[in-house]
Design a protein around this ligand. Structure first.
Ligand SMILES: *Cc1c(COP(=O)(O)O)cnc(C)c1O
Length: 434
C-alpha cells in the first residue's frame, strides 16, 4: 500500500477553517516562508497578500523574531502562570501599557483573539456585578461585526452571517445596532448614530457594554467607518453607564495607519482587545487591556476575582516574540510604510471602480478592498488555483477580494498583488458572462 500524500491525507482527516469533510477545500501545501513569500511544495514562491490572516506584519522568518524565539526556547518554552511569573510576560505588559493610552493599565494575556473577547465580556459583566448591578449582563454590538468563533464572541458577531442560526438555543441574546455608514467625518450626520443611541437609551439598565471593531469591520465585511461615530459612541456610553469595548484584534499595531484605531477618534475604550499581529504572526497570543476603573471595579466586591485562567496563559515563548515584534514595529518607519501602501493601493485599484462587476473599491491604511456585485463562492472550485498562478496568495470571501499585506512589502511586490486582483476580477467577470 502506498502512503497517502499530505494533500490526500489532509483531505480525508483534517478540518480547515469553515470546511466540510464531505467536500474538502482545495489546498496548497506550503513548505517554508520568508519575507513576503510563501514557498509551495512544487517550488513556486507566491506573495502573501493576507499576512496569514493579518498577523505577519513584518513578513516571515524575520531574523530578529527567529532569534528571539530560539533564545527563549533555550531558556524556557512554557511555565504555568498561576502562582508564577516571568520576564517575557512582564516585559510584554510593560510594552503594551507604554504603547497604549495612559489610562489602560491592566493586561490579561489570553491564548487567542476569541478568548481575549471572552475575557473582555467577562470583565464588563463582572464590573457591574461587583457594583450590585446584576441586571447589566447584556451586550450591544454592530451588525456586520466579527469578534471570534467561541460562544461568547460568536454571540456578538453579526446575527445573520455570524453563525447564529446554527446555535440559536445556546447563544446568549444580545442587541445589534445597524452597521455604521459614515465614511468620512466631513459627511457626518446625526442620523448615523440615531439607532445606536435609541438602543442604548432603551436598554442601558441591562447593558454591560457596547463592543465594536473601531474604524474597520474586518471578517464581517471589510467595511470602513468614520471616527466621529466612535466619539459619539464614547459619550453615549459615558452618559448611560455602559462600558465600551474596542476589539482591535484586526486594527491594532498600525494596520489602519494609526498604531491603534481608537487614536483616530481621540477617545479611549474601557476595555481593549489585541491579537493577530501581536506576535508578528509567529504564534497565537492575544491580550485584553482595561482601565484601572474596570480592574478596580471588578475587585470591589468580596473576592473580586476575574474568573478566567487558561493553561497556557502568558506563554513565555509567545510573549518573548511579541516583545520583539513590538520593538521591531516601533523602531521601524511603519507609519511611512503603511501610508505608502495606502497611497499605492489607492492609485492602482481606483480604476477598478469603473468595472461593471465592481460595486466598491475602498482603501484604509494597509487594507485594500474590492467589493464585487456578486459573491465569488460559486467559483471557489477553481479560483484559489487561478490566484496562485498569478504568483500571489489572496483569499476572497463572499463578494470581497481584499489584501492586507505585510508592512515590509516592496512597491513591485504590491503591484503584483494589485495586478492579481485585477486578473481575478476579469476572470470572474468572464466566467459570469460565459
Ligand atoms: C480574528 C479576529 C478575532 C478572533 O481572533 P482569533 O485569534 O481568530 O480567535 C476577533 N475579533 C476580530 C476583530 C478579529 O479580526
Amino acid at each position: 500500500m502506498t502512503e497517502l500524500s499530505n494533500l490526500q491525507f489532509d483531505a480525508q482527516h483534517l478540518w480547515h477553517p469553515y470546511s466540510s469533510v464531505k467536500n474538502p477545500p482545495l489546498l496548497h501545501e506550503v513548505i517554508s516562508a520568508e519575507g513576503v513569500y510563501l514557498t509551495l511544495d512544487d517550488g513556486r514562491k507566491i506573495i502573501d497578500g493576507m499576512s496569514s490572516w493579518w498577523s505577519a506584519i513584518h513578513g516571515y522568518a524575520h531574523p530578529r523574531l527567529n532569534a528571539a524565539a530560539k533564545a527563549q526556547l533555550d531558556q524556557m518554552s512554557h511555565v504555568m502562570f498561576g502562582g508564577l511569573t516571568h520576564d517575557p510576560a512582564v516585559s510584554l505588559a510593560r510594552r503594551l501599557i507604554a504603547m497604549t493610552d495612559a489610562s489602560l493599565q491592566h493586561v490579561f494575556l489570553a491564548d487567542s483573539g476569541s478568548v481575549s473577547v471572552e475575557v473582555a465580556i467577562k470583565m464588563a459583566i463582572q464590573y457591574w456585578f461587583a457594583q450590585g448591578k446584576t441586571d447589566k449582563q447584556q451586550l450591544l454590538s454592530l451588525r456586520g461585526g466579527y469578534h471570534g468563533d467561541t460562544f461568547g464572541a460568536m454571540a456578538v458577531c453579526d446575527p445573520v452571517n455570524g453563525m447564529h442560526s446554527h446555535f440559536a438555543k445556546v447563544l446568549p441574546q444580545h442587541l445589534f445596532a445597524p452597521t455604521p455608514t459614515c465614511r468620512e467625518d466631513a459627511h457626518w450626520q446625526d442620523s448615523d448614530i440615531a439607532a445606536m443611541r435609541s438602543l442604548i437609551e432603551a436598554n442601558h439598565h441591562q447593558l454591560a457594554a457596547v463592543i465594536v471593531e473601531p474604524l474597520v469591520q474586518g471578517a464581517g465585511g471589510m467595511r470602513f467607518y468614520c471616527p466621529q461615530y466612535l466619539r459619539e459612541l464614547r459619550s453615549l456610553c459615558d452618559q448611560h453607564n455602559v462600558l465600551l469595548i474596542f476589539d482591535e484584534i484586526a486594527t491594532g499595531f498600525g494596520r489602519t495607519g494609526h498604531l491603534f484605531a481608537y487614536e483616530a477618534a481621540g477617545i479611549v475604550p474601557d476595555i481593549l482587545c489585541l491579537g493577530k499581529a501581536l506576535t508578528g504572526g509567529y504564534m497565537t497570543l492575544a491580550a485584553t487591556l482595561c482601565q484601572s476603573k474596570v480592574a478596580e471595579g471588578i475587585a470591589a466586591d468580596g473576592q473580586g476575582i476575574l474568573m478566567h485562567g487558561p493553561t497556557f496563559m502568558g506563554n513565555p515563548l509567545a510573549c518573548r516574540v511579541a516583545c520583539e515584534s513590538i520593538d521591531i514595529l516601533l523602531e521601524s518607519n511603519w507609519q511611512q510604510q503603511v501610508l505608502s501602501i495606502e497611497h499605492q493601493l489607492n492609485t492602482e485599484l481606483s480604476d477598478l471602480s469603473a468595472h461593471s462587476l465592481v460595486k466598491d473599491v475602498r482603501v484604509k491604511g494597509a487594507i485594500g478592498v474590492v467589493e464585487l456585485t456578486i459573491s465569488v463562492e460559486p467559483f471557489m472550485a477553481w479560483l484559489p488555483a487561478f490566484i496562485v498562478e498569478q504568483g500571489v496568495w489572496i483569499r476572497p470571501f463572499g463578494a470581497l477580494i481584499y489584501i492586507m499585506p505585510p508592512y515590509i512589502i516592496s512597491t513591485e511586490q504590491l503591484s503584483q498583488l494589485t495586478m492579481a486582483i485585477k486578473a481575478i476580477v476579469n476572470k470572474v467577470s468572464e466566467s459570469v458572462k460565459s
